[in-house]
Structures are given as C-alpha cells and as structure tokens.
Design a protein. Structure first.
Lengths: 307, 241
C-alpha cells in the first residue's frame, strides 16, 4: 500500500519516522496495514478475532526496537485497535507507538488504541507514545488510548507519552499491576488549546514487595481548554510510589487534579505532589530582562516545561 | 551614560495619608565604570535598580540612557538597549536548563566552550551544570552564580547586580570579587552593584550611599569609604560588614 505525503508527515510527527524504520515495525494507515517487518526475535501477527496485532518479543532479546505507528487521514474514520505486547524474560527493547490524525473533513475521526503489555521477569521496556492531530476541517479529532501494563518480577517499564497538538478530545486510561521488584515510570506531557479537553486516568496497583512507581505529568492548558488528571496509586506491599501533577493554566483554561493514594501495607510509602497555576510573573520578568518579549518568554517557559 | 532625573517612587497600594515614599527625588548621573550603591535595608537600593531595569515604573522622574529617554521603555526594550539586571533572588524554572538560559542571555545558541567559559568564571564546572534544570535541585548559591553567568553572557553596556554576595559562601566570595575585577577589565560597559560588602565597595570607582530613599553621600571610594567606616553614618551597614 502506498503512503501519501500527508501520511508521511503524520508518521514523522508521531514516530519521528522519515524512512522505513529499522527493525520490527507495523504501520497502520486508515484502518489497513501499510507495512510490516518482523525480525528473528520479534514477531508481529494480525489478530483474527478483532482488529489489531500481537507483538511477541522473544526471551533475552536485546537492543531491538518495534515501531507501530497509526495514521488516519480520511475524515469520518472510527476505529478501535487492540495491540498486545508479549515481552519475554530478560528482554530489553524499545517500543515506539503513536497516532496521527489529519482531518480536513466535516466528520469526526476517532482512534482508540488499546495497548496491553505483558512484561515477563526482569525484562525492560522503554515505551514511547506520541499523539498528534492536524487538518483544517471542522471534523473533530478524537483519540482514546488505553494502556494496560502487567509487570512481572523485576520487570521495568518506562513510558513517555506526549500529546502536544491538535487532539480535540482525549480520554487517556492507564492501568498497571506490579509484581515484586517491578518498576514503572510514566512521564506524560500534554498541551491543550481552544476548546479541547483531555482526561488522564491512572490506576497503579503495587502488589509485590519492593515494587516502585513514579508518575510525572506536566501539562499546559491554554484558551478555553479543560484537563482532568486522576491518579490512583495502591500500595498492597512494601513499595514506594510517587505521583506528581504540574500544570500551567493560561487564558480561561481549567485544570483539575484528583490524586488518590491508598496504602494497604504498613511498609507502603506513597507521595503525591500537585501544583497548578499560571506562569509565575517573576519568570516572565527574568526572561524579559534577558531581552525576550512577554510572548517569547511565555513560549520559552512552556517549551522548557514540556521538553 | 545613565542619568536619573528627579526619580520618585511611592507604591501604588499605599493608603492615602500613610503613603510611604520609597525614593525621593533621586538625581544621579553615572559615567563611571564601576559604581557601588550601598545603604541600610529598606533604603530603596533594590527599588532603584528595578526602576533602572524597567521592572518598576517610577511615580515621577526621567531616566536617560546614552542620552535617550528610556522612562517609558518596557523591560524588554531596556534589555535590548543594553541594560542587564541580576536578581537578588534568582528565579527557578522547571524544564529550562543552564544552557537554555545562557543561550537566551547571549541571544544565540551558545556552544560548550562558551558555556564552559561563562560557568568557570563563576566557579562552576560546565560538565556538571550544562544540562541541569534551574529547578529546586539547585542550591541558592548555585543559582546565584548562574544568575551572574547570565549577565556575563549578555555583555551589555550596563550590568546591574543586586546584592550578588547574598547567599554566596565565603570561599566563593573571594572568587566573586575576581569575577567583578575581571569583568571590569574586559567589558567596555559599566557595572553597578548593590552591596553591603566592604571588599566590593573597595573596588568601586564611585560609591553612592542611599538612606531612607535619598542619596546621602556620593563620591569616589577614597572620599566615601572613610566616612562610611568611621562616622557612624550607617551603623546598620557596618554591622553587615
């Protein structure tokens, strides 16, 4: 299947892909497979019961990567895709997913990606996810990513998720269960404009001793956009958990943070930090004394904050 | 180079009848290369510096910079006209790194060699700091030195430092003096320092003593220092030395 210029641009935005990627990949464009490559250690198989793929990474696979970008350039397309990742014991891999929507039409385009990660003992995964929307039509661009993470003993998953532009409405759900010694880090960056709305909803259960979670969310809400940050961390064992929600509000935007910590074990140590506010006046003044205009100063502060 | 004419400042939120005039008819012409402003706490020193940098608008009066009336210039316009201002309490930025801020200060992307030069001037090793964010992980003293490095990177005609010694330990203080001495030799512009430190006053071409919003004394180091040290004009100041 041919990839158009619009789709190429979307791929560059969501997966930093300019050419065919190295290693294993699966490119989904407008609901169809547009390219796939497997390697000796990484197999990708189309699901037979529902849309989506199974990605199987062999035990001990090291320094390999998987790209699974999705692009939508036809208005009115709605899809729900189920992708399951099975990461074998001791593997160490990078997974890059992303979704780009280009909507020039009148109808809404919607992509719901349900990603499940089954990470076996001592395996290590770096998961990078980017969401991006563009197009000058009135059709809404909707994205609802769900991520479910199951970490085996000593498994490590680091997730970087970014949504900077163009998504009208998003409901981002993340669920995780951690066994003994497992470690989960999630770094989320969100910027909303106009009348956009974004909800992020984390639930993490730490079920094994010495498990650890760190959730860090940084967001900027401009214009009349709305954001809701919900995080629930449950410590059922001797574990450490930290979540942090830092938001800058501008114009008439609204941001809510709703953290919840449950310690169900005497040795569970859980911390939450939340800070919401406008850009500090002294930060603007400092950058202006270095020669920037108010607007340039705001841009620098926001770019740095979301970097 | 810098001329202040009848500068007065009364905060806008002062209650009627209880208005507190912070600065009273300040008239000052500065052409010297190194000027120190000293005086007790609350004498109006920081307010004067902020008025020059454009952060505070004077209630009345006029400011000329190289003959140009900059009274109505914004902070940005004054910065671009050649005025730099190092804050007494440096600002923290989540996400912006030392490199980002030095680049903004220099007005261009600075390379590793340049960063190394600026940071080593203030006693920091570039390797440890270049990618550090200016967040709460840095100590007050570290931030203060980075604040000074930003002014070095700007290379402007007038560099104002508001109590650069505050929060800097004794060892670093020796180096701080060297920074200003070197800056004095290398830059073509002028340095204005608000300070209580005798050693800083000692290297100034001119010392201005502010008290209760007025210029109490102004003159060469040789004229002013003996009076400051001896006459008990400013015991608060002496306590700080």
């Amino acid at each position: 299947m041919e990839i158009s210029a619009i789709e190429k641009n979307l791929l560059a935005q969501v997966a930093d892909l300019h050419e065919v990627p190295e290693g294993a990949y699966n490119i989904r464009a407008n609901g169809q497979m547009a390219g796939r490559n497997t390697t000796a250690n990484i197999d990708i198989v189309t699901k037979t019961d529902k849309p989506g793929i199974d990605i199987r990474i062999k035990k001990g696979t090291k320094k390999e990567s998987v790209h699974i970008p999705v692009v939508l350039s036809e208005a009115g397309l709605k899809e729900t895709v189920y992708n399951d990742f099975f990461v074998g014991e001791g593997a160490d891999v990078v997974i890059i997913a992303g979704c780009g929507i280009h909507n020039c039409g009148e109808q809404a385009s919607e992509h719901s990606g349900i990603h499940r990660f089954f990470v076996e003992k001592d395996a290590k995964v770096k998961y990078v996810e980017k969401h991006y929307g563009e197009g000058d039509g009135n059709g809404e661009r909707l994205m609802h990513p769900t991520t479910e993470i199951f970490l085996g003993e000593g498994a490590v998953l680091e997730m970087d998720t970014v949504q900077i532009k163009g998504i009208d409405s998003t409901n981002r759900v993340t669920r995780a269960e951690l066994k003994a010694g497992a470690s989960l880090t999630i770094r989320e960056k969100i910027m909303t404009h106009g009348k956009q709305s974004a909800t992020t909803d984390f639930v993490v259960d730490m079920n094994g001793d010495d498990s650890h979670v760190n959730l860090v969310s940084r967001s900027v809400a401009r214009d009349e956009s709305k954001q809701l940050f919900v995080s629930k961390i449950v410590g059922n064992a001797k574990c450490t958990g930290h979540s942090e929600c830092d938001a800058i509000i501008m114009d008439s935007a609204v941001v809510s943070a709703r953290p919840e910590l449950t310690a169900a074990n005497i040795d569970a140590e859980l911390i939450h930090e939340a800070a919401i506010g406008k850009i500090a006046g002294e930060q603007l003044v400092k950058l202006m004394t270095l020669g920037l205009t108010t607007q340039e100063a705001e841009e620098q502060i926001i770019n740095g904050f979301l970097k | 180079m810098l001329e202040l004419k009848d500068i007065c400042f009364t905060p806008a939120d002062s209650e009627a009848g209880a208005s507190k005039e912070i600065l009273k008819n300040i008239n000052l012409t500065i052409d010297e290369r190194f000027v120190a402003i000293t005086g007790p706490n609350g004498s109006g020193k920081s307010t004067l510096a902020k008025i020059i940098a454009g952060i505070i608008q004077p209630s009345s009066g006029q400011i000329l910079f190289d003959g140009v009336d900059i009274t109505d210039f914004s902070i940005t316009e004054r910065a671009n006209a050649g005025i730099s201002f190092a804050f007494q309490q440096p600002v923290r930025f989540k996400g912006l790194t030392v490199k980002d801020l030095l680049s903004i200060a220099a007005g261009k992307e600075v390379n590793v060699t340049e960063i190394c030069n600026y940071l080593s001037e203030v006693g920091l090793c570039a390797r440890d700091y270049v990618n550090r964010e200016l967040n709460s992980s840095l100590s007050g003293g570290e931030l203060k030195r980075i604040e000074i490095a930003m002014i070095l990177a700007r290379k402007t005609k007038l560099s104002i430092f508001d109590e650069p010694e505050a929060g800097i330990d004794l060892w670093s203080f020796q180096n701080l003096i060297r920074v200003f001495e070197k800056m004095y030799q290398e830059i073509n512009g002028s340095i204005m320092i608000i300070s209580h430190q005798e050693r800083i006053l000692d290297i100034a071409d001119r010392i201005i003593l502010l008290e209760a919003g007025e210029i109490k004394m102004s003159g060469s180091r040789d004229d002013v220092m003996p009076l400051l040290m001896g006459a008990g004009t400013c015991s608060t100041l002496l306590d700080k030395m």
